[in-house]
Design a protein around this ligand. Sequence first.
Ligand code: PLP
Length: 478
Amino acid sequence: MEKDVLRKVYEAESFRDLGHKVIDLLADHLEQVQTHKDHPVLSYKSPEEVYSYWKEDFSSDSQIMDVFKGILNHSINVHHPRYIGHQVAVPAFVSSLAGLMSDILSNGTGVYEMGMASNAIEKIVTDLVAKKIGYTQEASGLLTSGGTLANLTALLAARKAKAPSSVWEKGHQEKLAIMVSQEAHYCIDRAARILGLGSEGIIKVPVKENFSIHTEKLDEYLHSANKKGFHVIAIVGCACSTATGAYDDLNVLADFAQHNDLWFHVDGAHGGGVVFSEKYKHLVNGISRADSVVIDFHKMLMTPALNTGLIFKNAEDSYRTFEQKAQYLWDSQHTREWYNSGKRTFECTKLMMSIKIYAILKAHGNEVFEKNIDTLYDLAIMFAKKIRHRENFELAHDPQANIVNFRYINVGEKDTNLITNRVRQLLVESGKFYIVQTTIGEYRYLRTTIMNPFTSEEDFDALLTEIEEIAKRLSSTN
Ligand SMILES: *Cc1c(COP(=O)(O)O)cnc(C)c1O
């Protein structure tokens, strides 16, 4: 009896049948989402409502296709041109199909035999990124599950390289610290705390008016940390920052790191992808001088989440990070084998991430990332111009990346921050657009990240009009 149940789980013919049905369901759904603007970006419901839907579903006799439909109806649609919210790539379909292969084959990839194709392809795609960064043959990279983990891994490598070598065996013998801009992604802060640096070990340097790290203050902050007894091991550059999309001056940071014997890490999780663009790669001038660089494929590079490249200028550093015995996995920790990728990653088992990137390049050509970035960054410039010229709107800053922050300011007696919050909430609940918000200084701003190359001028106009209508209504009521 049990055998029959289990046999059913693995029936290739049923997989074929259901697989066709699921692909049809998804393709129909995507067609709707991509072409019908009145299809909601998100059919917003409260957490309680959604929870009770699924609780009911769980105890009902709903069929698997009903479950899949239920998931579609309760999920945000990043393929919708009016999804202009968080920084998640609109996945290329071929990449999602490679993801299906990954989930079926489930090659753990950490050791060579558990991922022959995925390990070899990982070398190819990370070498490509290394080349785009401008690194030499000395460089080598790996893929890992997200920018957060990649940044932590890079800082572990930094500690290995710059702190006393005993730290991996004996723990911290001195107070270590890293320097980073105030505007850095919160995961840098988290990584530093996980490393045991504590809040004092994260030296947050203020930013200039354009939100890039205040390079003239670097010496002052370093000296003050040294005076307090900290050994600063690394400086992190943002390329770009998350809230406002500001790029730090990487050349100045590289000089500073060199002069003070610091590890130089670039968090390019969002905006590092510009290394693929002739037009925008000037934003990361100096990136090839970094010791390590993080780039999320699932942000600007069209790949489903999570999928992150961590590239080291010097391959040796990547092998040193996790030196540790694991006899059952590999014979020796001390040999440098690119094809046993688990030697260099935090994860033991990991997804076959590389095939999702490779599939895009093979199906659509090496220029596809450049086209995507140029399109999205160009769209941001156009949108910002529109906002600047539109009455009653205020642009928070000129965009360097595809992140545009703004607000509606003609609110009469009302509090602009409260109106901004409320506008976003009502907009999201309407299902017409998805945007987010951020705080800059004391002010709330509506925050958009243009991720979909098919978001159009018409969508931007409609968004501003919708915001204006909601804001006017809110400003005139009590
Ligand atoms: C998104 C982002 C991260 C975090 O990356 P995840 O892939 O979400 O873990 C880190 N830094 C920056 C600058 C980011 O934009």
